[in-house]
Design a binder for this molecule. Structure first.
Ligand SMILES: [Zn+2]
Length: 287
């Protein structure tokens, strides 16, 4: 756990996303959750030392960001309106016998907390469309819908602290996942992120950074798009594109104990980008 400003803390070395929190005069605001149940309950204990937890804001629907919601019972979850359905879609996977079985191997300390009656699913209860501003004590908390890595992607801007949580619109010096995102919306989101006067950016994965990294993140996405556009231009089917050696366009290793999934992420990136590039090429243009 690291203090990134006067009143903001975040964790960068959990298995899963980087969760964080803001301490105000009137309680604590959480941004995302620890993925592993035992980490989530330990994290909650830490936070409660600072006061009651008022809000939990989810930046996106991927399970490493939302699976810990359950361990904050009674805390109001805030998310972009599109997150609600995605959370409900994820519940069967989060509570499946297969997850329990996998966790017996990967994280035995967490097994007893899975599907525990005290910790039922905790879906987003307060939603917003383009933005939502919360105030707590002396602090402003701005939730901004910035679609890119996922459709309901949300950034959380804390102006009094100069801290911006971007969720997975930024992977700082670790492999970028483009498994479902719209790369052109993502590039537009990065422009908006670069325009925010943040001293510290807490990315969804990887170390904290500043606005200097945003351009590098954009270049990685542009390079991915360029490589897959080349497959399309050469007339390949999606299957043929997936059979090519993975484009060597991302200089960074995969983080978060996911090394075994690295090649699979490359394939997901290629498949998603291939389908989006073809759909965009074939879309009717306005006259
Ligand atoms: Zn994600």
């Amino acid at each position: 756990m690291r203090r990134v400003s006067d009143n903001v803390y975040a964790e960068f070395y959990y298995w899963g996303c980087n969760p964080g929190y803001l301490v105000t005069d009137d309680g604590v605001v959480m941004i995302d959750t620890p993925q592993q149940p035992i980490d989530a309950v330990r994290w909650r204990e830490r936070l409660l030392e600072h006061g009651p937890i008022r809000y939990l804001i989810n930046t996106e629907p991927h399970t490493d960001h939302i699976s810990g919601n359950a361990y904050f019972p009674g805390v109001e979850v805030v998310g972009q309106v599109g997150l609600q359905q995605r959370y409900q879609q994820a519940v069967p996977q989060l509570t499946s016998p297969e997850r329990v079985e996998r966790m017996q191997e990967t994280d035995p300390d967490s097994v007893w907390l899975l599907n525990h009656p005290s910790y039922p699913p905790n879906p987003p209860a307060r939603t917003f469309d383009a933005s939502l501003t919360l105030t707590l004590g002396r602090h402003t908390i701005e939730c901004l819908h910035l679609p890119g890595h996922t459709a309901p992607q949300t950034a959380v801007w804390l102006p009094e602290e100069g801290v911006l949580f971007t969720g997975d619109n930024i992977f700082c010096r670790c492999k970028t996942f483009i498994q479902e995102g719209d790369p052109w919306q993502w590039l537009a989101a990065l422009q908006r992120i670069a325009a925010i006067d943040a001293a510290v950016i807490v990315p969804g994965h990887g170390e904290p950074c500043d606005r200097g990294y945003v351009q590098e993140q954009a270049q990685i996405i542009e390079a991915w798009v360029g490589a897959v556009e080349d497959f399309v231009r050469r007339g390949m089917t999606e299957e043929e594109a997936l059979a090519q050696p993975a484009p060597a366009v991302d200089p960074y290793p995969i983080g978060q104990r996911l090394f075994a999934a690295s090649a699979r992420v490359d394939a997901l990136n290629v498949g998603n980008l291939y389908r989006r590039i073809v759909a965009r090429r074939d879309a009717p243009r306005p006259a």
